[in-house]
Design a protein around this ligand. Structure first.
Ligand code: NAP
Length: 294
């Protein structure tokens, strides 16, 4: 089936997004554009779930015949003990953003994955970063996925974790010790990161600073960028953040977070449908979306 053959009927299989809030999520647009383009009998719906209801919601996926779900803030850690199996990435990062309902004869196995890792790494494919010095701003969920991805894909000589709450960065470093074969992880308070910012070939913003509706924010207001650096902002709204503008003005290369958003979705989609996501249709659907206004 092709575009135009997509209908929602008695045979349609649901996929959900569990989180709170979910109303502004881009995921329904991404996945439904892909289902439509391929004429697949799936529909993606955003499902607001309160923290007290997470266990019931996850059990409900199996009971209601869902193919799976995405999981977003604030449930990415809470769902871990509710699942039957976990991918290596999900276990290492300590967070699940994708659930796959694997149906057997008379039961359903709930499998948890973290496709933020694959999504984060996808735009870095082909970059010469093996053994490089790197830095991540932030120490939350996205920083965890990024740090695990960088350690396992590029074996950096130094990976500085610059966070406003150093204890959180220290916890992240401790949790990833098993993957840190070169003792690369260095947690530092964000205010003391200037030497590491100058030395890093790759800098990643894994904080919400600069995100709509506060586009004047940046994790690094001081100067210090230079040609030869790649600055990767995981924020995707706006597409060109203050951090990326200032990095580009200083001669560094700038990479926004939209491609990560698309690629983490693609890595979930193939597990639910068995099909590669039609990226052209997805990019067109995102380009025609109205920018966020509130
Ligand atoms: P999170 O778990 O809440 O972590 C946020 C991190 O940013 C924490 O370390 C937090 O520090 C820090 N932070 C927050 N506000 C700050 C401020 N005003 N000044 C300094 N540090 C601040 O969030 P997350 O899930 O990691 O997401 C982080 C960002 O990545 C968001 O903008 C999200 O949209 C983006 N993201 C993008 C993608 C994508 O596909 N492109 C995927 C995932 C996430 P504290 O610990 O001190 O609070």
């Amino acid at each position: 089936m092709t575009d135009g053959a997509w209908t929602i009927d008695g045979g349609t299989v649901p996929v959900g997004l569990l989180g709170e809030p979910v109303a502004h999520s881009r995921s329904p647009r991404i996945h439904n554009a892909a289902f439509r383009a391929q004429g697949l009998p799936f529909v993606y719906v955003a499902l607001p779930v309160r923290p007290a209801d997470v266990a019931a919601a996850v059990r409900g996926l199996a009971a209601l015949g869902f193919a799976g779900a995405n999981v977003t803030v604030p449930h990415k850690q809470a769902v871990l003990p509710l699942l039957d199996t976990l991918s290596d990435q999900a276990r290492a990062v300590g967070a699940v953003n994708t659930i796959v309902c694997r149906r057997a004869e008379d039961s359903t196995v709930l499998h948890g994955d973290n496709t933020d890792v694959a999504g984060f790494l996808a735009p870095l494919r082909g970059e010469d970063l093996e053994g490089a010095e790197m830095l991540i701003f932030g120490a939350g969920g996205a920083a965890r996925a990024a740090a695990y991805g960088l350690l396992t894909a590029f074996r950096p000589s130094r990976l500085t974790l610059a966070a406003r709450t150093p204890a959180r960065a220290e916890g992240l470093a401790r949790d990833l010790t098993a993957y840190d074969t070169r003792a690369a992880l260095h947690p530092v308070p964000a205010a003391e990161a200037a030497p590491a910012v100058r030395a890093a070939r790759l800098l990643v913003n894994a904080t919400p600073l600069g995100m709509h509706p506060n586009p004047d924010g940046t994790p690094w207001p001081a100067a210090g960028f230079h040609p030869g650096q790649l600055v990767y902002d995981l924020v995707y709204e706006p597409a060109r953040t203050r951090l990326l503008r200032e990095a580009a003005d200083a001669g560094a290369r700038a990479l926004g977070g939209l491609e990560m958003l698309i690629q983490q979705a693609a890595a979930a989609y193939i597990q639910w449908t068995g099909r590669a996501m039609p990226l052209k249709a997805v990019r067109a659907a995102l380009a025609s979306a109205r920018p966020m206004t509130s």
